[in-house]
Design a protein around this ligand. Structure first.
Ligand SMILES: NC(=O)c1ccc[n+]([C@@H]2O[C@H](COP(=O)([O-])OP(=O)(O)OC[C@H]3O[C@@H](n4cnc5c(N)ncnc54)[C@H](OP(=O)(O)O)[C@@H]3O)[C@@H](O)[C@H]2O)c1
Length: 347
């Protein structure tokens, strides 16, 4: 089969020049795994950070690529079940599925014609989503569902979403709006109409207006931070009600994967998050760090069955080296609107 392969480590900015499409052996599903014929995979900022060694500021999560043991990147995928391993209970050959290729991170990711995935990291694709839409809400949908679960949103809540036009934000705004809450989205001017169409009641263009100026007199119950950085957190405190909550999926370092923090930097960042969680128990508003986990999958599944989502696709690209290289460089600008997806096999 054809797969994107890496045979050596990449430093920041080097991933595009290090990858190539090669012929490799088709993987075989082991216990509790299914083999998926991949129709679409996505390029997320986390794919880039993992393989350039800066995910979570540089904690070594991924296996090391080598000539003898190349790796294939790719977290999110959608496709059809081609084969099932032993003890697979939830899926059969021919099922249309989508999900996340592997936690902890493994060698054979989704940027390949076939990929083996643990069955508990997959969901059946609802009929109302195309395969390209399904891949756009795999990992991003999982983390959006985690935020939803931690907020318990009600109709009377006012919610500020910072980074509303990205892969996570475009899904979270829709999920949050379905509760009837009042949604205020922060993005740049080019994405204004889009985030309105997804359900935002108000939009603040961060390139010309500070959300503190707009909301100082009309505070919010939740600030959802999808961008990161201490300045956003400090501003958020100014617009949060005392009983409100600040929820971040990034933490105190803006665009965290842009930086190689080193062990000391990581320790400082983790200590800061722990300290903020602890201190906010006494000095409100509450501070929470939210991560996507496989536990959220069942909540997300219920949500998809009872509500519809319209994932936003920025670019649909072909499975060739040049398009993948260019798209990696585009995603790392932090200006993508929704998701960039790769059509690997025709559905
Ligand atoms: N904790 C977890 O489990 C978890 C899971 C997934 C992702 N993440 C992290 O969450 C972050 C967001 O992920 P993503 O996939 O949504 O990223 P993304 O798709 O790359 O985000 C791009 C979007 O961010 C917006 N943006 C950039 N700077 C902004 C700013 N200063 N204010 C407001 N909006 C801004 C851009 O809007 P404009 O073009 O309009 O500026 C763009 O639409 C990443 O750092 C990722 O690593 C965490």
């Amino acid at each position: 089969m054809q797969a994107v392969t890496l045979t050596g480590c990449s430093n920041k900015g080097e991933l595009p020049s290090k990858l190539k499409i090669s012929t490799v052996a088709k993987p075989k599903p082991v216990k509790k795994e299914v083999l998926i014929k991949v129709f679409f995979a996505s390029i997320s900022i986390d794919d880039i950070n993992i393989w350039e060694g800066t995910e979570l500021g540089g904690i070594p999560l991924a296996p090391t690529p080598s000539l003898e043991k190349p790796v294939t990147p790719g977290l999110e995928l959608s496709g059809i079940v081609e084969k099932v391993g032993n003890n697979v209970a939830r899926f059969k050959v021919g099922d249309a599925v989508f999900g996340v290729s592997g936690f902890p991170l493994k060698r054979n990711g989704a940027w390949a014609e076939y990929c083996c995935v643990k069955e508990d990291m997959l969901l059946k694709k609802p009929d109302y989503l195309s395969h390209s839409e399904a891949v756009a809400c795999a990992g991003s949908g999982m983390v959006s569902a985690s935020i939803m679960q931690s907020c318990h949103l009600k109709k009377h809540h006012r919610v500020l979403v910072i980074g509303a036009s990205g892969g996570v934000g475009t899904l979270f705004v829709q999920m949050a709006k379905q509760t009837g809450a009042y949604i205020i989205s922060v993005c740049s001017h080019k994405n204004r109409e889009l985030v309105k169409s997804l359900g935002s009641d108000e939009v603040i263009d961060y390139t010309s207006t500070s959300f503190v100026d707009v909301l100082a007199e009309s505070k919010v119950d939740f600030v959802i931070d999808l961008v990161g950085g201490k300045d956003i957190e400090h501003d958020a405190i100014k617009v949060l009600k005392k009983e409100g909550a600040f929820k971040t999926i990034v933490g105190p370092v803006r665009y965290i994967g842009d930086h190689h923090l080193g062990w000391l930097g990581i320790l400082k960042m983790l200590s800061y998050i722990s300290w903020r969680i602890f201190s906010s128990l006494f000095r409100k508003p509450k501070y929470t760090f939210v991560a996507g986990t496989r536990k959220t999958f069942s909540f997300f599944k219920k949500h998809l069955e009872t509500n519809s989502l319209k994932p936003v696709i920025d670019k649909k690209i072909d499975f060739n080296e040049q398009d993948i290289q260019e798209s990696i460089n585009y995603v790392r600008t932090h200006r993508a609107t929704g998701k960039v997806v790769i059509e690997v096999n025709k559905a």
